[in-house]
Design a protein. Structure first.
Ligand code: ATP
Length: 202
């Protein structure tokens, strides 16, 4: 899947609607210190379903909303939209019927996050799975934050393995396995209850 456009509105320092066209090939972001380069990368990670406020350099998730400046009041919501070129039909099933795929995440103060895929409401999990299956996503090793290389060098083998699994595109399978195990445990508990009832009736 190829990202073709990123739109930000009220996200961190990007208070006004801002649109970035992501062209073919390598894209570089340059600018003076504090101009918002890392905020852009965080917006990309956020729209793909990041749930850890710390990974957004905030104390809570609402910290991604423009907090106000001397001349401008704070905003009440932040929105990031990512357009994916799907002409090659590489998007996972369920998201694969159009030439482009638009994922929108919006956070409103005191109301949390909501996601849309091509205009339809979807769950956070659907968006996270979509990107995990495509070997990208909020934890993708393709998005390298400042300080991440030294973290990787010093990481324990288990953490390094997780990075390799993410790159191989199998991290979505772990999530599905976890959910299947929870369902199985629920079914086993129900069966045990049925056995108890049958015993009482016998
Ligand atoms: P450097 O080159 O120093 O790493 P950078 O270009 O990556 O800098 P960022 O860290 O992306 O810059 O942006 C930091 C700027 O974003 C700061 O000016 C900070 O005040 C602003 N900022 C962060 N969160 C918010 C927010 N919620 N509301 C308004 N401004 C914010």
């Amino acid at each position: 899947m190829r990202f073709s456009k990123l739109r930000l509105n009220g996200f961190k320092s990007f208070v006004d609607p801002t649109e970035l066209i992501i062209a073919d090939g390598l894209t570089g972001v340059v600018g003076p210190n504090g101009c918002g380069k890392s905020n852009l990368l965080e917006a990309l990670r956020w729209v793909m379903g990041e749930t850890r406020a710390k990974a957004m350099r905030g104390g809570g998730m609402e910290d991604v909303i423009f907090a106000g400046a001397a001349s401008r009041p704070a905003r009440n919501f932040a929105e990031v939209s990512l357009t994916i070129d799907n002409t090659e039909r590489l998007a996972p099933a369920g998201f694969n019927d159009l030439d482009s795929l638009d994922i929108i995440r919006r956070i409103t103060r005191d109301a949390g996050s909501a996601y849309k895929a091509n205009g339809k409401d979807v769950r956070a999990r659907d968006v996270q799975m979509l990107f995990a299956d495509a070997s990208t996503g909020a934890h993708s090793p393709a998005l390298v934050r400042q300080g991440q290389i030294s973290e990787l060098i010093n990481a324990r083998p288990k953490a390094r393995r997780r990075i390799l699994e993410e790159a191989a595109g199998i991290s979505g399978l772990y999530q599905r396995r976890h959910e299947a195990e929870l369902k199985l445990n629920g079914a086993e508990t129900n069966l045990a209850r049925v056995d108890d009832v049958l015993e009482q009736l016998a």
